[in-house]
Design a protein around this ligand. Structure first.
Ligand SMILES: Cc1cc2nc3c(=O)[nH]c(=O)nc-3n(C[C@H](O)[C@H](O)[C@H](O)COP(=O)(O)OP(=O)(O)OC[C@H]3O[C@@H](n4cnc5c(N)ncnc54)[C@H](O)[C@@H]3O)c2cc1C
Length: 384
């Protein structure tokens, strides 16, 4: 299939990640899926390839990767193992807040250890009673002398229990959105406790855990950004997050399409390759149409975000929604093309179908994205 016509260095990165995914990650997939546990071996592959550190700017010892680079990493890894992409996005989102908004002395040493791949982060926003309605979250941070004390329960945290630090959103004031602040919390602080580790439909090699903060004391300078500014800070860059979930979904769709074409070109029934049957050809043609449309929208949204175009927010939501819906439908159709073989674990399309589902849910559900798009189109009329 066509690939993007992005700068040469981005396409070189794409090739490097493709080789990594096929050569180093693919052989690990079956074992990780079987064990359904976070894999230190996978983390080591991602770390050794420099992918944990690509979120760090050059002035802190990193590489200053732009959104195009993140997009191609998501795409290429997700063709083979979306779990790997999710481990990275949880880490990248936690780090981005620190890169953008932290100012204290610890920032340089933390980012140096992220750049070298020694440190893994997790982004802790969601709570049992605050998912889509994030501004309703209840975890609290209070001043205690010259420190902060954080208490609360977080849920569904990617890299929870394996991360070295959490970027946590907690309530410091009563105003819903303007009463939230972000904090850097080391995972080994007394009072940081790991609760249930979820058993999941997909992304089985990623850790998704409840994290309890029981009167966790942190220094005053662990506030990230401004007091009361946490929600707005999180919204800065949310378009990038949505583009990355679009790219993750695009990778799943592309991987499924490639496998459907390969299988249908070999499998014979009624004395012919199944690729010769028009009923199947049209199914695969529709998969290709959807995938290419998702690719165009995802790349266009990435360019809009990079250029700071006014329609960037709408395009990022549209790309996230469309590409994740495409990832779901193309992966489901790929299982169909492979017939019974698609339903068993011998071929990875069943895993890709299970992994596709979450992209319609996290980083703002697709219902929330459609709501945001409508607000963007209608303005105040959408709220009246
Ligand atoms: C595998 C996995 C990894 C995750 N990783 C992280 C992470 O690293 N960090 C983190 O903080 N969170 C993480 N999450 C949480 C994720 O972001 C939330 O699950 C998601 O935001 C949805 O929240 P919810 O599950 O509470 O669903 P709810 O908000 O309860 O939504 C339930 C349903 O109601 C719909 N709905 C809600 N409000 C509206 C509305 N106004 N209009 C129309 N429909 C609506 C939703 O679209 C959805 O269909 C993860 C979740 C999973 C499953």
């Amino acid at each position: 299939m066509l690939i993007g016509s992005w700068p040469e260095e981005v396409e070189l990165l794409r090739k490097m990640v493709r080789d990594l995914a096929v050569g180093r990650i693919a052989p690990l997939v079956a074992g990780i899926e079987e064990r359904a546990e976070f894999s230190q071996e996978l983390l080591a592959v991602l770390r050794d390839a420099g992918l944990l550190g690509m979120v760090v700017p050059e002035r802190f010892g990193g590489v200053d990767a732009d959104l195009r680079s993140f997009v191609v990493v998501m795409e290429e890894l997700s063709k083979v193992f979306p779990t790997a992409s999710t481990v990275l996005t949880g880490h990248w989102f936690a780090c981005k807040q620190i890169v953008r908004f932290a100012e204290a002395d610890w920032k340089a040493s933390l980012l140096a250890s992220v750049a070298s791949g020694e440190t893994l982060g997790a982004f802790a926003l969601t709570e049992p009673n605050a998912g889509s309605d994030l501004a309703g979250l209840q975890s609290r941070a209070r001043h205690v002398g010259d420190q902060w004390s954080i208490s609360g329960q977080k849920r569904f945290i990617t890299n929870g229990g394996v991360a070295d630090f959490y970027t946590v959103l907690a309530r410091t004031g009563e105003n819903r959105a303007h009463g939230l602040s972000a904090f850097y919390v080391e995972a080994d602080r007394p009072g940081v406790n790991v609760g249930r580790v979820e058993k999941k439909m997909g992304l089985r090699g990623s850790a998704t855990a409840e994290i309890y903060f029981d009167e966790v004391t942190i220094p005053f300078d662990h506030l990230v950004g401004t007091e009361g500014g946490g929600f707005q800070q999180m919204m800065t860059g949310i378009e990038e997050g949505r583009v990355l979930v679009a790219a993750l979904s695009l990778g799943i769709a592309t991987g499924c399409l490639d496998q459907a074409i390969a299988y249908a070109s070999e499998r014979e029934q009624f004395g012919k390759k199944i690729a010769a049957f028009q009923g199947l050809q049209f199914l695969v043609a529709d998969m290709a149409i959807q995938t290419e449309a998702a690719r165009s929208l995802t790349y266009d949204a990435a360019e809009a975000v990079i250029a700071g175009r006014p329609e960037a927010a709408l395009l990022a939501s549209a790309a996230k929604t469309f590409a994740s819906d495409v990832g779901m439908s193309v992966s489901t159709d790929a299982v169909q093309v492979l017939g019974g073989s698609g339903y068993v674990t011998d071929f990875p399309v069943e895993m890709l179908m299970r992994d596709a589902k979450i992209n319609q849910i996290y980083e703002g559900t697709n219902q929330i994205q459609r709501m945001l798009i409508a607000r963007n189109l209608f303005g105040d009329a959408a709220r009246s």
